[in-house]
Design a protein around this ligand. Sequence first.
Ligand code: 5GP
Length: 193
Amino acid sequence: MKLLEERILRDGVALNSDVLLVDSFLNNQVDTSLMGEVGRAFAEAARDLRIDRVVTIESSGIAPAQMTAIALGVPLVILKKSASRILKDDVLQTEVFSFTKNSAYQLTLRPKYVRKGERVLLIDDFLARGEAACGAARLIEEAGAQVAAIGIVIEKAFQPGRALLDGKGYRVISLARVSKMGEGNIEFTQADA
Ligand code: 5GP
């Protein structure tokens, strides 16, 4: 997605060769107009996949996932990163390790919001090592639904997440694929949409 690549080049900050900051339009402040374009791009790429539901991980997945769900006309379901104190029953959980935070969390789904046999489009903001996407896919499948595709706003193609998801047979739709980065330099490889 050319518009997204241009925005990453303009406003993205490569903290080092591994971590990309996009606080000004995705993680802290959200450019709602750009997210509208992101949502339409995912919806267009998934138009033949008969998506019943969009699922995302709180919190930075919500903005792009909501715009995608609106474009597809389907509900949005949010996976929480911590178990609710009120809802102790009726949850599916899996442990996910976050390399950016250097800690593990319990990714949590209320299965009543993902029904058996449904086709899910999973959306997240970043793909790095694939831990978050794999954890989310595990929960969706445990609920009896199918992961029809995984939509990623920014993939760091030099990290192993893509190979992991490809190896598990998931269809990955990345709108921007960073091939290399460092101070003052961000390079892209061919995106999926
Ligand atoms: P993974 O589980 O694929 O290793 O990492 C994906 C998750 O870590 C994403 O949901 C995102 O929140 C976070 N993440 C990984 N790399 C980056 C990065 O370079 N920048 C930002 N802002 N978040 C990242």
